[in-house]
Design a protein around this ligand. Structure first.
Ligand code: SAH
Length: 375
């Protein structure tokens, strides 16, 4: 009975919140497989079987924010703070260049200062010179002013990842301090600013947070659609012992359920938004050693080997049990170990821009041209 209903919902052109809530409720293998198969079919049809690489540089764990879930929050005194030296950033960029990754992500805690802005600008310029403008660079450095985003865009960052964390404003409030530094509307405004400047914009959220419902998760998916997002980075919430949210650990779904719920979110996201780039995030591996590879098999098309020099890496722990299975020098073994990623292939040398982004920009241009003609 439920199988027929699942097939019917999957064959619709799009799904309502109620449909998504229904599909998110399945933990049974056969029923899940129907949904995974649909996601795989759509992925092959719309974006093929290429997996794009992004070398991840965790640039700094200094953070002005105090998010209740995050291991590098300002008030966690157990963390040794670091910022990677320019020379080491450039070494990592050179590694990505020489190994044909074609793309880099520079991620950090949230620091708002003139010095930080200038530093990122200068690194962007140096990386482009060193790598002969051949790398696409994504930044993930939190909420910044429109001016700063523009400065970085002009210096050669054309993609930006800023997770909304939860699209439910009241849940957002529960997992952040209640002050102007942690304001849902400001975060949303930052996402709109990124879009206005012309970035390929990525967002996402955590899955399995305390008090989060399947209705919230269905709304999260609809939020991505409504915002017309180009890229997504989402993953399971994984508790961290030195954070306030650790106190709610007994309310959480089991690790297995959180993991399965996350895979289902990946599948439903692909079914809803066929041509976007979706990263297989590291947190998946914290709950299941095959997590990232399973997500790549089912729905995602971006893999981010870690390029942070090992001497800094151990201090960038956002959550407990952070896996270290995919440092860049292990990539080749990783691909072989995981049976060549279930028939997918790595897009060495391909920047792998979001196809959705190009369609969105093209549509915007043609609409503007059409409006001009008519007026
Ligand atoms: N400060 C930057 C990015 C750094 S953190 C920014 O805000 O954009 C990157 C992501 O790690 C966060 O957006 C959050 O979604 C995720 N994260 C933090 N703590 C986590 C936890 N305990 N479990 C799972 N993901 C977590």
């Amino acid at each position: 009975m439920s199988k027929n209903k699942i097939i019917k919902i999957l064959n619709q052109a799009s799904r309502t919140k109620e449909d998504l809530v229904y599909l998110l409720s399945f933990y049974d293998k056969d029923e899940r497989q129907l949904i995974y198969d649909k996601s795989k079919e759509i992925r092959r049809k719309y974006i093929g079987n290429t997996i794009y690489l992004r070398g991840l540089i965790e640039y700094s764990n200094i953070c002005a924010k105090d998010c209740f879930y995050c291991g590098i929050r300002a008030n966690n005194k157990e963390v040794t703070r670091f910022t990677i030296s320019d020379a080491d950033v450039l070494k990592s960029a050179e590694y990505a260049y020489k190994h044909n990754y074609a793309s880099l992500v520079l991620q950090s805690g949230e620091i708002i200062s003139k010095a930080f802005t200038k530093k990122i600008t200068s690194l962007l310029k140096q990386i482009h010179i060193l790598t002969k403008n051949s790398l696409a660079i994504t930044l993930s450095c939190g909420e910044q002013s429109l001016k700063t985003y523009k400065e970085w865009y002009d210096a050669g960052a054309h993609r930006y990842l800023l997770r909304i964390e939860s699209s439910n404003k009241s849940l957002y409030k529960q997992i952040h301090p209640n002050n102007s530094k942690h304001n849902f509307d400001k975060r949303l405004a930052a996402l709109y600013n990124l879009k206005k400047i012309g970035y390929q914009v990525g967002t996402g959220f955590m899955i399995g947070l305390p008090k989060q419902t399947v209705e919230d998760l269905a709304d999260d998916l609809l939020f991505l659609k409504e915002f017309n997002i180009d890229m997504v980075g989402m993953g399971p919430y994984v508790e961290h012992i030195d954070t306030p949210l650790y106190a709610s650990r007994n309310e959480l779904l089991s690790q297995e359920k959180r993991y399965l719920l996350t895979l289902m979110m990946y599948a439903l996201l692909r079914i809803e938004m066929k041509d976007i780039n979706v990263a297989s995030t590291t947190a998946l591996d914290a709950l299941n050693p095959n997590g990232r590879v399973e997500a790549l098999d089912i729905a995602s098309n971006v893999l981010m080997p870690n390029l942070t020099p090992l001497k800094y890496n151990e201090n960038y722990h956002l959550y407990n049990n952070k896996p270290d299975s995919l440092h860049a020098d292990k990539l080749v073994q990783y691909i072989e170990k995981h049976k060549h990623l279930h028939g997918n292939k790595i897009g060495f040398g391909e920047q792998g821009s979001s196809q959705h982004f190009y369609k969105r920009i093209h549509l915007k241009r043609t609409t503007i041209a059409k409006n001009k003609k008519e007026s």
